[in-house]
Write a protein that binds this ligand. Structure first.
Ligand code: B16
Ligand code: MG
Length: 209
């Protein structure tokens, strides 16, 4: 029985995935290395430093650990600059109406995001009010596909994993949800993921799952 729903943030509730792309693109242009939407899709759900590793792996460029830290920090500065444009008008009405219906139906709702900027995004978009708990990149040691972020969300909600449903746009996130023993629903980029138990086109479709 599903008692709780755990939502990924970037790419599920808000389209910040494009801001991540634009911020990484600034870095890769400076480094004169290739980067495109295809590589960007591999970064969904993956932590900042691991994202940089994936980008560098695709380019063959080798960079010291201290330089990596600086590059990741710089990427975040660009990203946070883009986030300043964000407000509640960037949230689809299908998203807010679905959250409202789920609350009315007494589901517990949580965020399970790899991002360290999750709380800032939730505040800027006025989404914070809908959630009973937020599990994000600041409270985990291992990022998706590790299940930690979702297991923490379930424990904040005091629910056992098998009663939780996860909505994700990342393959890494679907894997994390499966690993956590939760029901997994793919949307957006992960709508085609065979590993997801359900696939939806828009958020309100979970009302039928
Ligand atoms: P930050 P999610 C993830 O968020 C993004 O999908 C991923 O592209 C990003 O690298 C990661 O957060 C870390 O974000 O640099 O803001 O800490 O999809 O798990 O909500
Ligand atoms: Mg995502």
């Amino acid at each position: 029985k599903v008692n709780a729903i755990i939502f990924d943030l970037d790419g599920v509730l808000v389209s910040t995935d494009h801001f991540h792309y634009k911020a990484w693109k600034k870095i890769t242009d400076q480094l004169l290395i290739p980067f495109d939407e295809e590589v960007n899709n591999l970064l969904r759900g993956v932590s900042r430093l691991e994202s940089l590793d994936i980008i560098l792996d695709h380019s063959g460029l080798e960079v010291s650990d201290s330089e990596k830290k600086m590059l990741a920090e710089e990427k975040n500065q660009y990203y946070v600059e883009f986030l300043q444009e964000l407000n509640e008008t960037n949230i689809d009405s299908d998203v807010t109406s679905t959250l409202e219906i789920l609350i009315e139906k007494n589901y517990k709702l949580a965020i399970g995001s790899s991002s360290r900027n999750a709380k800032f995004i939730l505040e800027r978009t006025k989404l914070k009010q809908y959630f009973d708990a937020v599990s994000d990149g600041n409270n985990i040691l291992n990022s998706k596909p590790h299940p930690e972020v979702f297991l923490k969300a379930a424990s904040y909600l005091m629910e056992s994993p098998e009663n939780c449903l996860v909505v994700e746009d990342a393959y890494s996130g679907i894997e994390a949800g499966n690993e956590a023993g939760m029901i997994t629903v793919g949307i957006g980029y992960a709508a085609d993921a065979d590993s997801a138990q359900f696939s939806i086109k828009k958020l309100s479709d979970i009302l039928e799952v």
